[in-house]
Design a protein around this ligand. Structure first.
Ligand SMILES: *[C@@H]1O[C@H](CO)[C@@H](O)[C@H](O)[C@H]1NC(C)=O
Ligand SMILES: *[C@@H]1O[C@H](CO)[C@@H](O)[C@H](O)[C@H]1NC(C)=O
Length: 394
């Protein structure tokens, strides 16, 4: 006689309703809005890679790699080119995935008609406002969030002027002016400041907090801070420092997200176990902070990464899941559906850890079903059982 579970499973399968599970499903079950990926029309043209990207159980959100940058959208003054970016937005909408839209004002990937135009302050402000009004207007209602300003800070936390047409011509005033223009064009999008090397507390993170205060003092809305999260395996360290950093931003009244996460390991001698542990550390940090709404990785397969000689992502160059996949699943915790109904997440990995040659950091995962990362904790921490899916270095 069939058990209730078997009957349920058979009928769910027959109805095409096999239980949801995946990187995004687990993030949502943990109370987050999404787990997402950066994508490009190049990846979309690779049908095997695109099949992975279209699976909304793994990815609930997309960011365009280059297709929404200034040079792509306004290649000549007043002429807007939306075809490539629209393809990505259409695929997201067809699969129920949300868009983080990226980005409006950045010193890089600006067309030469802007950088070489010798525009005065007032003219450059009008060019920037016109770009924002057109682009944000075109995608009005389709972007959960906009990265309004990208990378406006130097490493010491001061405002970037050198190499930035915006910072050198307009000065820091371009930042609040851009936020006000974006808010006028789409009052419902979450407006973010986005930068790198601000993942941990430090002078650049403090600079980003000062930037947020400055935008608010000007009277413009700012709703989020994006930590790009370009990291190196073995240098990620403990979750607690990311938690502390995110809480400092949350205390200013903004939400936070990891927006471009990738964790480099050299392709010549990759350490995928350490990488898996480090991905789990970041997921664990986001999970601990309610203001952290989600995580976006900068691509998902090592076949398409912007980093040379590195394997920083979650699927390998043959589009097979790496150890990082299960580490991320487990770090989010169990899915909302009964685990007995969950689809198998990977067949190519050992059912438990014992990766050698690495240690898991304080708060990182060190064991659990399907986990294949480091099982030895860094001194003085020990691996403590939390549930069948998750043991942690405490
Ligand atoms: C450019 O104009 C804006 C708006 O009037 C002003 O806030 C800013 O200080 C000016 N920048 C420079 C370098 O004069
Ligand atoms: C991992 O190591 C532990 C302790 O030595 C052992 O009990 C367990 O069976 C090992 N697991 C695998 C999958 O080798």
């Amino acid at each position: 006689m069939a058990t209730l579970k078997e009957i349920l499973f058979t009928s769910l399968t027959a109805a095409g309703l096999v239980a949801a599970d995946g990187l995004n499903a687990r993030a949502v079950a943990a109370g987050k809005k999404y787990f997402g990926t950066e994508i490009s029309t190049i990846v979309m043209a690779d049908s095997s890679a695109n099949a992975i990207a279209k699976n909304s159980q793994d990815f609930g959100q997309y960011t365009c790699e280059n297709e929404m940058k200034f040079d792509a959208l306004e290649p000549s003054r007043g002429t807007f080119s939306y075809t490539s970016a629209d393809k990505i937005v259409a695929q997201a909408q067809a699969n129920g995935q949300i868009m983080r839209c990226h980005n409006l004002v950045w010193h890089s990937q600006v067309p030469s008609w802007v950088t070489n135009g010798k525009f005065d302050n007032a003219t450059l402000i009008s060019i920037m406002k016109n770009h924002i009004a057109n682009v944000v207007g075109h995608y009005k209602g389709k972007c959960y969030a906009w990265d309004v300003v990208n990378e406006a800070l130097n490493e010491d936390g001061s405002y970037r002027t050198s190499g930035s047409i915006w910072g050198s011509t307009i000065g820091p005033a371009f930042i609040p002016i851009a936020f006000a223009a974006a808010a006028a064009a789409d009052p419902t999008a979450k407006l973010y400041y986005n930068d790198y090397n601000c993942d941990k507390p430090g002078s650049k993170a403090t600079g980003a907090q000062n930037l947020i205060k400055m935008v608010k003092q000007y009277g413009a809305p700012i709703h989020g801070f994006g930590m790009q999260g370009h990291m190196t395996a073995g240098q990620v360290g403990s979750a607690s420092q990311y938690v502390t950093n995110m809480r400092a931003f949350a205390n200013l009244g903004v939400e936070v997200a990891f927006t471009e996460l990738d964790i480099s390991t050299p392709s010549s001698s990759p350490n995928f176990a350490q990488q898996a542990t480090d991905y789990a550390t970041i997921v664990s940090a986001c999970k601990q902070v309610s203001a952290c709404v989600g995580i976006t990785t900068w691509g998902f397969t090592d076949k398409y990464t912007w980093i040379s000689n590195s394997y920083p992502l979650i699927w390998d160059t043959s589009l097979q899941k790496k150890a990082a996949y299960n580490a991320i699943l487990n770090a989010w915790g169990s899915s909302s559906t009964p685990t007995s109904l969950a689809a198998p997440t990977s067949t190519s990995q050992a059912s438990s850890g014992n990766a050698t040659g690495c240690t898991a950091a304080h708060y990182a995962q060190c064991g659990g079903q399907g986990y294949s990362g480091c099982t030895v904790c860094e001194s003085p921490y020990t691996c403590k059982y939390s549930n069948d899916w998750y043991s942690q270095c405490l």
